[in-house]
Design a protein around this ligand. Structure first.
Ligand SMILES: Cc1cc2nc3c(=O)[nH]c(=O)nc-3n(C[C@H](O)[C@H](O)[C@H](O)COP(=O)(O)OP(=O)(O)OC[C@H]3O[C@@H](n4cnc5c(N)ncnc54)[C@H](O)[C@@H]3O)c2cc1C
Length: 623
């Protein structure tokens, strides 16, 4: 097959596109000059130039978002290069609380502090991105005429796992997940008649083939397996695994459990199911989005628990159905939850915003950090140092090419745990080691705004797995009318979802995560755009999609520090209670408390909230 040129793929069309060369800012151990600080600052994206929006409004920015250029260079200079910074001037601002990181955990910490410690508390939130919410990020498009909302990171509410603290907060914010479910029909692409589908691309499999109603977690039939464009032996091995009459291995249940918890799923497929390498490859990226990992990082037990086949080899039942569970969602993911928290903390910035209208409420970003506010939210501000003082805490941050210092009675570090040892060098060594144990899982969520869904409707699909491509899965994001949003018009976001495979020679879990992160950071916006256009051209042009005309905007939300690390069977021991790294890592240090989902070693919105509540309780206890 002949590859199309960039021009044929429409790469030169004027959709909003902005990218930056990411150069190292410093050499190890050197002091950053004012010039280098200003250079990092200049990477921050410009104000949105969308005619529908006046003033600065980050949710409408397209191109490279998530961890966008300008957000992380200072932190990387500090953490990776050991950069030193100029001394800040004397602190001019004093607060009751300074929160580092305005993700869900930081916002919730500010909320709980005012609720539990002082309703009039003066609070400053410092955030290194140009938007608040952390992973809970809103992508807002106007290129198709009517506003189209999509998620930029965190997807949904898993309310059945909520603690009383989280349920209480939601209720105070007016959020009712049960009612929200009545306003949504979206279910991750299980609606269309041929969904979910799997698409085998020509580059990887020699021919382009779309197989309808095809999921590796379903009972594949002989007819389906015969269509898979891999080797004859590969198809036979799959046929035997999915449909063959197997003589069960004579092992007790306990022996099966032990075996499955100690072997990776691909090794299990290789050694016990006798799949060929090209058959095993089909599974590699199937959990990229849900876990942020390749299948080789999962134990066989973990894979089987989320629905993959295997138990039949031991004579046990296998349901053979896609793993699905009910969730409540906003049309911008949990960004609406972050917006509700900001509206409570800084009501002037979003007058009249409430749970019923939060998805469409106006936010005036120019009012987030006014001197008159009791709570101030300062964006594009990277904290580089915190320390306990005789009177509380001192916090130093870089912003606008300068170094600033503020003081406070208390601080909550609601940022990633792996940066905390660099921000707070006085923390005891054992706690630093525990903080560094958290290596987050990289993720990508790319929104491609397409003119309409006609081609997908023609094919009868709204969710597709792509085992050979960069993004392992695509789904149409439509059908969520919560928070006052009504999707009108034809334009719709097709979400490309997954992670980046680490190098093959990255073996242990941390090497896999770091290798994946490095690769993610090395991909330019052009790389993503070219990949997206190639996929859509090959997949959808047979159904009438014109890749050079029908793509209206692309927003790549890259999350090099995505999910909090959750302990895994193949890589982590079973710690005694109180001895797990996250329990040691989150201990209060003087007037500095530690929150973030990392503190719960669990990548959920509700965990981020619970940990904020615990951190504030720890500060209340020393008053
Ligand atoms: C793509 C994706 C999808 C997800 N989907 C779901 C889901 O469907 N449901 C669910 O429950 N959970 C989901 N999660 C997990 C959930 O989003 C997180 O657990 C939760 O939002 C984390 O919130 P947080 O405040 O702890 O951390 P974060 O959101 O990471 O916020 C921390 C903030 O601190 C900032 N920061 C870091 N260092 C500094 C510094 N030095 N100075 C200033 N600021 C700093 C960061 O930039 C960030 O904005 C998802 C996560 C991702 C990445």
């Amino acid at each position: 097959m002949t590859r199309k040129t960039d021009k044929q793929l429409g790469m030169l069309k004027p959709i909003r596109r902005r990218d930056f060369v990411q150069g190292a800012l410093v050499t190890a151990g050197t002091a950053l000059t004012a010039h280098q600080l200003a250079a990092a600052d200049a990477l921050s994206p410009p104000p949105a130039a969308d005619p529908a929006i006046s003033g600065e409004y980050p949710p409408t920015r397209t191109g490279m978002r998530g961890s966008h250029p300008g957000a992380y260079e200072i932190a990387h200079a500090l953490g990776r290069e050991g950069a030193r910074f100029p001394q800040p001037a004397e602190a001019k601002e004093h607060y009751d609380l300074v929160v580092v990181g305005a993700g869900i955990s930081g916002l919730a910490a500010a909320y709980f502090y005012r609720q539990k410690i002082d309703p009039d508390a003066k609070i400053l939130l410092l955030e290194n991105h140009d938007d608040f919410g952390g992973h809970a990020k809103r992508n807002e498009f106007h290129q198709g005429g009517e506003m189209v909302l999509s998620l930029g990171g965190t997807h949904n509410l898993e309310w059945w796992k909520f603690s009383d603290v989280v349920t209480g907060l939601l209720s105070e914010l007016g959020v009712d997940p049960h009612a929200m479910r009545e306003d949504m029909t979206f279910d991750y692409g299980h609606d269309a008649p041929n969904s979910p589908a799997m698409w085998f691309d020509a580059d990887t499999y020699g021919q382009s083939r779309l197989l309808p109603n095809f999921s590796l977690r379903n009972r594949l039939t002989k007819e389906q397996i015969e269509q898979i464009p891999i080797s004859e032996e590969g198809r036979e091995s799959l046929l035997h695994f999915y449909t063959g009459a197997v003589e069960p291995l004579a092992l007790s249940r306990a022996e099966v459990e032990t075996l499955l918890s100690r072997i990776s799923y691909p090794d299990f497929l290789r050694e016990y199911a006798r799949l060929t390498e090209d058959a095993i490859q089909l599974f590699d990226k199937d959990q990229h989005g849900s876990w942020g990992l390749e299948m080789r990082a999962l134990s066989a037990a973990e894979a089987i628990e989320v629905g993959y086949p295997g138990l039949q080899l031991f004579g046990q039942d296998w349901e053979g159905e896609d793993f699905q569970y009910p969730v409540a969602m906003w049309p911008d993911g949990n960004a609406s939850l972050a917006r509700l928290l900001v509206a409570k903390l800084i009501p002037e910035a979003a007058p009249g915003a409430n749970a019923q209208n939060i998805a469409t409420a106006n936010f005036d970003y120019s009012l987030l950090d006014r001197e008159a506010n009791d709570v101030r939210l300062r964006r594009n501000a990277t904290v580089i140092h915190t320390e306990n003082t005789d009177t509380g805490v001192s916090v130093t941050y870089a912003s606008s090419g300068n170094i600033h210092r503020v003081t406070a009675t208390h601080s909550v570090l609601a940022c990633y745990h792996s940066i905390i040892p660099h921000l707070c060098p006085a923390i005891p060594a054992a706690q630093k080691d525990a903080l560094k144990y958290q290596v987050k899982m990289p993720l990508i969520l790319t929104n491609v705004l397409i003119r309409n869904r006609h081609a997908l409707d023609k094919l009868g699909i709204d969710a597709i797995s792509c085992p050979g491509r960069l993004h392992g899965r695509l789904f149409l994001f439509q059908g969520i009318q919560t928070g006052g949003y009504q999707s009108k018009g034809d334009a719709v976001s097709l979400v490309f979802w997954g992670s980046v495979s680490p190098p093959k020679d990255a073996i242990d879990i941390r090497s896999q995560l770091r290798g994946s992160r490095q690769r993610l950071l090395e991909l330019s916006l052009d790389d993503f755009e070219r990949e997206i256009r190639m996929v859509l051209d090959e997949l959808l042009s047979p159904a009438g999609f014109d890749v050079s005309e029908d793509i209206l905007a692309i927003t790549v939300n890259r999350w090099p520090h995505g999910y909090a690390y959750e302990y895994m069977q193949l890589w982590d021991p079973d710690w005694e209670e109180g001895e797990a790294p996250h329990e040691i890592a989150r201990q209060r240090f003087g007037s500095i408390a530690i929150a973030n989902a990392d503190a719960g070693a669990s990548a959920y919105t509700h965990v981020a909230i619970d940990q904020a509540s615990r951190a504030v309780d720890e500060l209340a206890a020393i008053l």
